[in-house]
Design a protein. Sequence first.
Length: 287
Amino acid sequence: MDVGLHQLRCFLTLAEEQHFTWAAERLGIPQPTLSRTIRRLEEQVGCHLLDRTTRHPRLTPDGERLRAELQVLLPRLEAALRPVPQDEPLSLGYTWGFPRRRGRDAIDLVESRHHILVEPVRRDERLAGVHTGAVDAALLWGAVEDPRLHAVEIAREERVAAVSVRSTLATRPRVSWRDLGRRCLVLNTVSGTLTPDDWPVGARPEVGAEAANLDEYLHAVAARRGVGVLPASVASQHPDPDVLYLPLTGAPPAVLHYAFPRTNPHPHAEHLAEALRDAGRPALQNA
């Protein structure tokens, strides 16, 4: 069996996108080329990996099994074949708001201690590209449950409610978590960490609008499509004349994690984790 890394990467990308055109664009190849690559892979492994009877290709049981294996094995193999020079800059992905004070202080610390350049990179996706090797490490809000990544909790902070200045909530000094359960929620479907399931049964908000990034999220709030919920430090960085941020009582804390690959990480990935912890003393309140 002569299966190449390119074929496996094509399959894994298609499995993630579940759309030939989107996967081809992400890979930077023509859609027909991707189709031929997947068919050739199926011939080589001797089974159907995709069900093509629906509009969007779906994985067969064999395809699901291969995807599960490749999600763990392929990044490790690619990392092993791509050693990182000691002096290569460390790219730090982030999404859903960069914790400026803590993040910048940590970058200053690690650059001065280890003479390494740290480059912040915004990526509007749940794991900010650290799971695919697009960045070396990432600062992520919410739980990190990818087995390929080592995640370190960096901070916990309060959340605030984001409401339109024209909302009836705007007259209140504060709102409660249960109050929001009776409202429509703006949902970030790409990199957000909250869903209606985070509220108690019987007090769950409906989804009023969906957004793909923070800018779209705040536009939807301003247009009264629903209420938003943000970490306090993220809200402080994004003032909007049409959005009011209110104290939110009874809400679970927002948790910030620092994540990097378990296998063959950047030589200074753990040093940045130490710097992030050092930069947070005392605890982050106005990051």
